[in-house]
Design a binder for this molecule. Sequence first.
Ligand code: HEM
Length: 187
Amino acid sequence: MYGMVNNAIKELILAEHGDQVWERIKKRADVVNEVFLSNEPYPDETTYRLVEASASELEMTAEAVLQRFGMWWVLKTAREGYGHLLQNCGRTLPEFLRNLPNFHTRIMMMFPELRPPEFECSDAEPDSLRLHYRSSRKGLAPFVVGLLYGLGEMFETTIHVAHERSVGSGADHDVFLISWESPASPP
Ligand code: HEM
């Protein structure tokens, strides 16, 4: 994955646990890079090792690390570095979710070697929809859950995510039922 992903993990750990913990995680993950170049692709293996090492060091599950990282990605990495892309994708949570299937297409123009996730929406209702997630990678569904809760927070909308079908349990792709409360209308 592009170096920006590893950098975001590094920034999350530094912000919430400090540089000594980051040094221990790097060592445990056998990562020797002092810096990751944001627009260079790195082997996925490096990212997975950083997640595993963070989980061991912080005594969390890898799923919990990925979920926390998903929230961080939306609320810090994307908002601070790529705010314009987020803004163009929608003004409300449901609008953003409906546009998500096309979102990484634009990012591919900036990062041509991107292997993006695939999203599809179905069963759209005024207060819910189903999001279908397909990936060439394994085990990233908890990252998606964190991203979705991060989007809820970004749009100041209370959401609930139910992981209805999972590749981990034999399904051919992951399905999330996302429901939300309408934000209070302005006075
Ligand atoms: C402006 C904001 C965003 C940028 C710049 C961005 C960019 C990226 C990059 C560089 C990767 C790594 C893939 C690779 O290097 O091959 C990635 C992966 C991913 N992105 Fe985004 N992304 C953004 C927002 C989002 C949002 C809002 C979602 C969903 C709610 C999302 C879902 C994912 C997922 C699930 C992956 C993991 C890859 C996989 O499943 O195979 N991203 N994205």
